[in-house]
Design a protein around this ligand. Structure first.
Ligand code: ZN
Ligand code: ZN
Length: 363
């Protein structure tokens, strides 16, 4: 038993509360991790505002790095078969599929599992939190966690939190980016920046990032953007004209929505070239509708793809991308704000105001 402090969202719209509760030890196939850094994601902000409705109370935080504090007696390796021991640094997302439903087994798509164990406290009231805004997090039986090699700086990895796994999943669903393709990224938060880096590593011919504020666009350039357009000082027509000009009048082969705003969808679709692809990532938690003329998609052979959450493989792949490229790109510099657990609310507010590249909570 240990007393564990956690930041709790009691109900939408109310500030996070710090609760301290005794929690039991890890047993069987469970793991308890001492959280070193919990990434603050725009989704956390949407959960607090009530845009995304989940049963409360909950402990937020779905991207984390920490050290193994306790291993259940049946856990000897991470999800990739790497031996682990107490004290190892690990990276995980607290979404545990059931592995025994139609989605998990027949579709092979755990992102559609209806029995996901997430960060809601009511699912496991007597355990440490599954969410990461806590001193110690509980990884239930079969949660996919991965050992972080010694040559991977924790900040370079948490910089992309859930964003890079999410984009890796989206690129899988899209069929990847081909050498020389023109790419437009809508949004310059962590998802947009991860998309920019991955498009660059994939060999995209041009990468145009539509976003704001200037420090995010500056980072986009350092990660491979060939053109950035500040959405606060341009209008939709001007941005469309610039994309046409860059792409010799054709439009983008791949448009990645990472803006999280409904008007971005309306703006993004006409930016797609004939036979091009549009993938929606950022609108995951944004309510609203947008008019689409179906024949436009038909006449231009446009594919529109959705991509929900991640698979464990994408968490593993993120570690590999960061391991290979953190010396070449300023990944750790993306972490611009650090907050102690007691100031978790300030962290959410800073992310809500869009003033961070990446904020983390350091319990
Ligand atoms: Zn997230
Ligand atoms: Zn399932």
């Amino acid at each position: 038993m240990r007393n564990v402090k956690r930041a709790v969202l009691v109900k939408p719209g109310s500030p996070l509360e710090i609760w301290e509760r005794p929690t039991p030890s890890a047993s069987g196939r469970e793991v308890i991790v001492s959280v070193e850094m919990a990434g603050v994601c725009g989704t956390d902000h949407h959960l607090q505002s009530g845009d995304i409705e989940l049963p409360n109370p909950m402990v937020l935080g779905h991207e984390a790095i920490g050290r193994i504090a306790e291993l259940g007696s049946e856990v000897t390796t991470d999800a990739a078969g790497e031996p682990v021991q107490v004290g190892d640094l690990v990276y995980w997302q607290p979404l545990r599929p059931c592995y025994s439903c139609y989605a998990c087994t027949i579709l092979g798509d755990v992102s559609q599992c209806p029995n996901l164990v997430t960060f809601q406290l009511h699912q496991h009231a007597d355990k440490p939190p599954v969410g990461a805004y806590t001193q110690y997090a509980w990884l239930p039986d079969r949660t996919a966690f991965f050992k972080v090699p010694a040559d991977v700086p924790a900040e370079a990895l948490i910089a992309f939190g859930c964003a890079m796994p999410t984009v890796l999943h989206a690129l899988d669903r899209l069929g990847g980016i081909q050498y020389g393709q023109n790419v437009v990224v809508q949004g310059s938060g962590p998802v947009g920046l991860a998309a920019t880096l991955l498009a660059h590593l994939a060999g995209a011919g041009s990468i145009t990032v539509l976003g704001a504020p200037p420090q995010r666009l500056e980072m986009a350039k350092r990660l491979g953007a060939t053109t950035t357009i500040d959405v606060t000082s341009t209008n939709e027509q001007e941005r469309a004209a610039t994309v046409k000009e860059i792409t010799d009048g054709r439009g983008a082969d791949v448009v990645i929505e990472a803006a999280g705003r409904i008007p971005a969808f309306t703006e993004g679709l006409p930016l797609v070239a004939s036979n091009g692809k549009y993938v929606i990532i950022g609108l995951w938690g944004t309510p609203g509708t947008s008019p689409v003329e179906p024949r436009y998609l038909n006449n231009h052979n446009i594919s529109v793809t959705g991509s929900n959450l991640t698979k464990p493989r994408h968490i593993y792949e993120t570690v590999q991308v960061v391991r290979k490229h953190h010396r070449r790109f300023p990944l750790a510099e993306m972490v611009t704000h650090r907050f102690p657990l007691e100031q978790a609310q300030d962290a959410l507010d800073a992310v809500g105001r869009g003033e961070t590249l990446k904020a983390v909570i350091v319990p």
